[in-house]
Design a protein. Sequence first.
Length: 196
Amino acid sequence: MIALMFGPPGSGKGTQASRVAVLLGIPHIAAGDMLRDEVAHDTALGHEAKPIMDAGGLVPDDLVVRMIESSLNQPDAGKGVLLDGFPRTVPQAITLDAMLARLNEKVDEVISLEVPDDELKTRILKRATTEGRSDDTAEGLAQRLVVYRQETAPVLEHYSAAGTRIDAINGVGDIDAITDRIMEALRQNGAVAGTA
Ligand code: ADP
């Protein structure tokens, strides 16, 4: 199954995606983690991405696409992947669809985490004190929310128009409870086997 974990910054995409990927037995491909890794290793891509990420902007599509394409071509991606933080723009979604079409695949499922803005702000400012991510500042967050609405939210419309299954999940509450909600939604719509 090719699934996307979708949601605004601070919605818990990364946390939920890593748990759900383990439960589904498929790799978790996280664009933000991969970019932070490039920054940590001071690669040319990391060098270009860091100031953009710190300002809350989006790294250019072609750079992110190249990075994701190489991980989709890994042999273990064949049985499915859970993508997190990609696609983040409609052009990225169109490129992903074309890459998958070449592999006779498509996006089967979008898991959309819904969290109100006030809660996002509280979470990110709290994360700033614990994880020290250089983009977790009040200004960085405000910009990421603007970019999310303008560039990323239309990705959901893209998949909705394509008839892709979209599960809207309440992303507020206990981490375990949210994972349960996601798994239950996947069972309900037949994306994974088993009963609750
Ligand atoms: P969050 O969802 O909390 O903003 P991520 O770890 O998913 O955190 O992303 C952090 C930053 O990495 C983004 O603000 C953006 O600058 C960059 N980034 C991540 N994924 C993409 C992408 N698909 N396209 C462009 N930039 C991206």
